[in-house]
Design a protein around this ligand. Structure first.
Ligand code: FES
Length: 106
């Protein structure tokens, strides 16, 4: 198990990116009392999604948004709801939460 970060280090709603993890670049979204972890890889062109460091959500903090062409993804399951990759999904990263800390499986 790889320790990624403490949940308290992420605002709610909010997001945080990690360039170096055993799964490559990943990001965490904290939303509605839950934690979601995805590969930082847009299904459209494979680029990183964030607008600026640790900013993966849209203006309303309701969807994940890719900075390149504005694709919008549902936070809960990563499905693209609008944009050039509608129907594709972000890749979820298996993780576990223990003692308020997010761990990735090796
Ligand atoms: S690269 Fe993400 S929407 Fe085009």
């Amino acid at each position: 198990m790889h320790k990624l970060c403490a949940i308290d280090g992420i605002s709610e709603p909010g997001s945080k990116g990690f360039d170096h993890s055993p799964k490559g670049p990943v990001f965490v979204v904290r939303y509605d009392g839950q934690i979601f972890v995805y590969a930082n890889n847009c299904p459209h062109l494979g680029v990183n999604l964030e607008w600026e460091p640790d900013r993966f959500l849209d203006k309303e903090d309701r969807l994940i948004q890719c900075c390149m062409h504005g694709a919008l993804f549902r936070i809960e399951d990563g499905e693209c709801l609008s944009g050039p990759c509608v129907g594709d999904s972000l890749t979820p990263v298996p993780h576990e939460i223990k003692d308020n800390t997010i761990y990735l499986f090796d």
